[in-house]
Every structure is written in C-alpha cells, then in structure tokens.
Design a binder for this molecule. Structure first.
Ligand code: AMP
Ligand code: MN
Ligand code: MN
Ligand code: MN
Length: 277
C-alpha cells in the first residue's frame, strides 16, 4: 500500500496545480493520497475529481499552522469534510494573517537591502490569500540573487535571519478541534523539524496534543533522516499514536522526496490510513 498523506499544490506553496499533483502521484504509484495544503482546502475539489477519474483513493487534508509557545508547529488534518463551516472559518482566520505578515517580511528584507520582494512574491503566489515564505524564496531565486530556495531560507527567511518575522497562527487545541469537528484525524507533521523544542518540550507538545485528542504522528516524513524516523517510530509505539507517511512534496526542484516515494513505515506501527475511509 503506497499511501502519501502530506503534499502541497499551488493552492498553497506547492508548484503543481491540484490535478497535476494527483497525476504525478498516480504515476509514482500512489494508492492513497491526501492533499494537505497549508491553511487552505481550496484545492481539494479539483484533486478529488482528478483522483476519481484515475481511480485513485483520495482523502481531503489540510496542514494547519499553529503557534505553540513561540514555536511554529504544523498539524495535519486527514479525512476532513472540506465544507465543514467551523474548519473553513478557522482556516480563513489563519489565512487572514498572511497578508500583513508578508508585508512585514518584505519590510525586513528591504532593510537587508532587498527591494521589491512583496511584488515578486505576489506574482508567484497563485493563491493570493496564501502568500508565504516559499514565494519570497522563489522570487529571490528567479531574480538570480540566490542559487536555490534552501539557501534563501538559510540566509534570509529562517528564524533569526533578517527576513524572519514572528507571527501568531492558530492555537494547538483549536486546530485539533477544527479537524475533529470536521470528522478528521489530527497528526503532528514532521516532528523532527521542531529543533528549537528541547526533548522535554517536544514530549510536552505530544502530551498537550494527545490531551486534546490528537491521534497521529508523521513517522516517515520527507525531511526526516533514517535516525529521526526510528526516533518517532518509537515515540508512536510508546504513546500508542497512529503513524503517518508523508513526502511533504512541494515541487520536483525543491523537495527532497517525490510524492509517493518515501520509505515504508515500520511494519509493527498502526498506519493512520487504517482509520481513513
Ligand atoms: P510559511 O507557512 O509561510 O512560514 O512557509 C513555510 C514553508 O516554507 C514550509 O512549508 C516549506 O514549504 C518552506 N520552508 C520552510 N523552511 C524551509 C527550508 N529550510 N528550506 C526550504 N523551504 C522551507
Ligand atoms: Mn510549504
Ligand atoms: Mn510543514
Ligand atoms: Mn507541508
């Protein structure tokens, strides 16, 4: 069973339109796909229609930006009803913050000597409501100022760099509540990426997540090393969490792992897709 339960289309910061993403997943042998755009369900209908045409299993998903302490944590919702009014209203509120944040990012980049980045990022954000750091990074690459997106993050957009601005997203409990209200399963995305949380704080994140009913964790993730995969496999066992498999694919040029091409889950874990329709 080739399940890939985390990827992005151009409705957030992926580079492929939803239908093209689904076709790429099918070509890569995916049996079950979840589209999980950031804070946005607008690509789900197109992706679901294409998957139906191809006879591929598909579930609606979303990757919600959450502020936990002063860290940004991503919570993936799988199998959500994309028309659920409370989920849609919550996501709309999260998206609303992006425009002002983009203006602040551009102002900081200007102080660092980079002019006109807001217009450039806007041109690359096919969904204007979903402008994000990836669009700023692609603009600076397209200008020839930086060699690749990763380098832009390293020099300008990661925390502590000149173009980073702090921002408050959703609360953990409300994000999990929106997902559950919409009939979905909540999963902690790419846990190894929260480097700033010391081990005890990461355990506390999972305590708080399970206290509000969160069910799963990405064990296999595009950004996880083999050691990190083993670490979160053992966390899933210890805490009785469902395990997810997630390329986090954005584009062929930028992503470490193509859609549907992640490692298999360790066979003793309970896969999150055993609970999906
Ligand atoms: P935002 O939601 O606007 O803060 O953007 C977060 C997105 O930026 C992530 O989902 C990735 O697509 C991208 N991103 C974050 N860190 C990096 C990095 N170090 N290299 C490349 N892309 C990154
Ligand atoms: Mn992204
Ligand atoms: Mn993420
Ligand atoms: Mn993602």
């Amino acid at each position: 069973m080739n399940a890939d339960l985390h990827c992005h289309s151009s409705v957030s910061d992926g580079c492929l339109d939803p239908a093209a993403l689904v076709r790429r997943a099918r070509d890569n042998g995916v049996d079950l796909l979840a589209l999980t755009d950031h804070d946005e369900l607008g690509g789900v209908a197109e992706a679901a229609a294409e998957a139906a045409l191809l006879g591929m299993r598909f579930v609606a998903g979303v990757e919600i930006s959450v502020t936990y302490g002063d860290e940004t944590v991503h919570i993936v919702g799988l199998g959500v009803d994309p028309d659920d009014p409370l989920l849609c209203a919550g996501l709309a509120r999260v998206r609303e913050g992006r425009e002002g944040r983009a203006e602040r990012i551009a102002a900081e980049l200007e102080r660092a000597g980079l002019r006109g980045t807001l217009a450039g990022a806007r041109r690359l954000a096919r969904n204007p409501a979903m402008i994000g750091r990836a669009h700023f990074a692609r603009h600076l690459v397209a200008c020839g100022l930086m060699p690749d997106v990763r380098t832009v993050f390293e020099h300008y957009l990661a925390r502590g760099k000149p173009g980073f601005v702090s921002h408050r997203w959703a609360e953990l409990a409300e994000a999990v509540g929106w997902i559950h209200g919409a009939g979905g399963i909540a999963v902690v995305a790419h846990p190894a990426r929260y480097h700033r949380l010391p081990a005890a704080a990461l355990e506390k994140l999972f305590d708080d997540f399970t206290a509000v009913g969160g069910e799963g964790v990405e064990v296999v993730a595009g950004s996880h090393t083999p050691d990190e995969m083993l670490r979160f496999a053992s966390l899933a066992r210890r805490r009785g969490l469902l395990a997810s498999r997630a390329s986090d694919f954005h584009s062929a040029d930028e992503s470490l792992v193509d859609v549907g091409r992640c490692r298999p889950l360790p066979p003793d874990l309970v896969p999150v897709w055993s609970r999906l329709p």
